[in-house]
Design a protein around this ligand. Structure first.
Ligand SMILES: Nc1ncnc2c1ncn2[C@@H]1O[C@H](COP(=O)(O)OP(=O)(O)OP(=O)(O)O)[C@@H](O)[C@H]1O
Ligand SMILES: [Mg+2]
Length: 241
């Protein structure tokens, strides 16, 4: 379970970008976090994995407080896909990047290979495994980033803007991957159709504050609520009306 209790946060410039946020996420839930540019979505995700520290309030993952002393524990529980793929990939080839975490974790060689190939297959990029990272397209980098996280099979998966750069077929494939994966999933996206298809629950934030937390179906179908917070109805709903 993830528990965020009265959390506020400022970066070094002391401007508060997260303000008194509260939510709980139970095991197995899939939750979308939506909001306009700069609302604080990526910041919340970074606080959950301890990539930013020093918030006020409390963040707990299972029974671990997210703080400096628990970071390796937290990182084992959570797989985190960065908004910017270049921050995620650092090995010479895709295969090495996807194999890196299981190898580092000490799994036997065979198991590292099985996990790596499975993860690459699940996002459909097995054929790219020996390609150098710097030769990849934006969408290919995104798929590779997702595979680096899947190879660890973490209990909690966090995706920051996972559909950016994906073509419609790969986006559809990612929806299927998310729908079939077990565990807890937290997704931020401006692609509200993607949230609609993958997350049962949605948290809407604006300027670092919680606006609404509820069923995706209710929040994402509420045109006035979305428009008041700088968003628009999912495209699939616009074309229905
Ligand atoms: N390293 C940083 N130092 C100072 N301010 C930052 C830093 N990173 C983000 N911010 C500010 O914090 C606020 C929230 O940023 P954040 O990246 O969390 O927004 P977001 O909701 O993810 O936006 P987007 O939809 O554009 O990805 C913004 O006002 C941003 O300018
Ligand atoms: Mg962001």
């Amino acid at each position: 379970m993830i528990e965020v209790k009265d959390v506020s946060f400022s970066y070094k410039n002391n401007i508060e970008v997260i303000s008194h946020i509260n939510f709980k996420i139970e095991d197995g839930e899939s939750v979308g976090i939506i909001g306009a540019n700069g609302a604080g979505k990526s910041t919340i995700l970074k606080l959950l994995v301890g990539l930013e520290l020093g918030c006020q309030g409390q963040i707990k993952v299972d029974d671990c407080n997210v703080d400096k002393s628990n970071l390796s524990e937290i990182r084992k529980k959570i797989g985190y896909v960065f908004q910017d793929s270049d921050s995620q990939l650092f090995m010479p080839t895709i295969y090495e990047d996807v194999a890196f975490a299981p190898k580092n974790y000490g799994f036997p060689k065979e198991e590292v290979n099985t996990r790596t190939i499975e993860a690459l297959k699940s996002v459909g990029i097995e054929q790219l495994k020996d390609r150098p990272i710097y030769h990849l397209s934006g969408g290919e980098k995104k798929l590779a980033s997702i595979a680096t996280v899947l190879s660890m099979k973490p209990n909690i998966l966090i995706f920051d803007e996972p559909t950016v750069g994906l073509d419609p077929k790969n986006r559809r494939k990612l929806i299927e991957v998310l729908q079939t994966l077990g565990g807890t999933k937290i997704v931020t996206s401006h692609d509200l159709d993607f949230i609609y298809d993958t997350c049962q629950r949605t948290i809407l934030i604006a300027q670092g504050k919680m606006i609404k937390d509820g069923l995706s179906k209710e929040i994402l179908e509420n045109r006035a609520l979305l428009e008041n917070n700088g968003l628009e109805l999912p495209l699939s709903l616009i074309s229905r009306t």
